[in-house]
Design a protein around this ligand. Sequence first.
Ligand SMILES: O=C(O)CCC(=O)C(=O)O
Ligand SMILES: [Fe+2]
Length: 449
Amino acid sequence: SVSPSRKIVIRNKSPSLITLYWLSIPHQKYVRQQTSVTYPLDRLNINSFVGHTFAAVEITKDCVLPDGFTKPYDDSELKTPSTKICTESHFTVSSNTDQIIIVSGTGSKFKAELDDDVSRVNNILDSVFEVCEDTECLRESLKVTVSDLLKKNTLEKDIRENMAGLIEDYTCNDLGIDTSASLKNITWKNEEEIERDVKVLFESKNAEVHIIYDFISPEECAEVEKRSKKSLHRATVASSDGGSEFSENRKALQASVKIPLEKPDDPITLLTKRIYAYTNDHTNYNLTLEGQEDIMSIQYTGCGINCDEKRDRYMPHCDGECGGDEYLSGSRVATIVIYCKVPEIGGGTNFAKSNLHIKPEAGMATWFRYVGGMEVEEDGRVVGETDGGYSEHSGCPVVEGEKKIVTQWMRAGVSKEEPWDSFNTKGLKKKDVERFKEITGDWGSNGEL
Ligand SMILES: O=C(O)CCC(=O)C(=O)O
Ligand SMILES: [Fe+2]
C-alpha cells in the first residue's frame, strides 16, 4: 500500500548552511532535495511520505557532500582537496500530521530531529545535565524550567477557557468545517471478527477522543429506535443537588433503552458488548456490563435555516467530572456517541477545549474517556484522576434535518449489587447520603448533597 503523504517543515537553527537529501528506498542512495542550500534561521518546506528517511547535511568549507555535488563554497583556497565527508543527521517522516524538523548544532553536535514533545523534553534535560554536576544544581535548574512551563500552561489554560465559548459558536456555525485531523489511524477488531477503522483525534494522560467508523449497523439503529419510540421525552441534565432537571442547555428528546443482558443474542446486548469491548481494549478500565446505565436514544430535530426558535442542541458539558479532581468510584469514565442519522445542516460534535470538531457520518461513533491513572483498591473502590477539561464537548445546533444518536455513558466501580442508580449524579452513594443526613440532621440539610 502507498504510505500517506505529509508536509514537513525543516527549520535551520544551526549556525551553518545545510542541504537536504532523501535516502531513496531501498538502496539508501542520496537524492538531492533542493537545488540550493538553506541558510541559518531559514526554513525549507517539503512534501514527503510517512516512513521516508532524510539526511540533513552541514556544509562546511572542508568537507565533501555525500553525492560529491559542487558546493557553494569555492574550495580552491584549500591546500589539499578535502576528503572528509560532511556531517549529516538523519530523520524519518512519522505519521504526525504537522511535522517540524529542527536542525541545530554544529560538528559533533549537529543534529536534525522532530520537534515533538519527547525531543523537546530531551533537549531540556540535555541542557540541564550539561551544566549541572550535583542534584542541588539539577533541582535549581529544573525549578526554573518547570515553573516557566507551568506559568505558560496556566496562561494558556485561561485563554482556552475564555475562548472556548467563542470557538464553540464559531465552529458550530461554520458549515464547511470537516472532522479534525487525526493524530494516528488504527484499526480495531473484536470477537465479531469485523475490522473497523479508528482515528485517534486526541490523546492525553487523563483524556482521549477517538472516532470509530461503521460502529453500528442500520438494523441496530432501527432496533434502538423501535424500543425508544414510545418513551421519548424532553432530555434533562444533572442538577446541583445530585438529581436531574430540564435545562435550556439541552434541547433534545431522549429515551433510555434497557440492555437485556439476560438475552445474550439480543441486538442491544450485542451492541453493548461491542461498546464495552472497545473501551476495555483501549483502556485499563476493565469495565463490567453489570450495573451500567441503560443506553440512551437521543434525537434532535432542525427547524430549518430561517427558523428563529431555539435550536435543538446540547451546550458544552462534561458527561462525568472534568475538573481535574480525584475520581469518585461509581461515576462515569467514558462515553460513546453513536450516530444513526445525521442532519443535512448542523449537528456536529465539538470538543472546543481540545480544538476538535467532528462531523458525524451515519454509522460512525465518537468515543472518549476522561479518567487517568485508574486503579482498583482492595475494597473494589476505583481511584483515579479526572480530566481537566479536554473532554468537555457539545452537540452543535441542528439546523436542517434530524440527528439521531445512541449514547452510552460508561461507569467504573458499578456492579450488580451496586448499580449506577445507587449513586447520585454527583457520584455519591445514595446510601451514604442518607447516612450523612442522619448524622447532620436538619443542620446539614442544605440540599447540597
Ligand atoms: O449530540 C452530540 O453530538 C453529543 C451528545 C452528548 O454529548 C451526550 O449524549 O452526552
Ligand atoms: Fe455528552
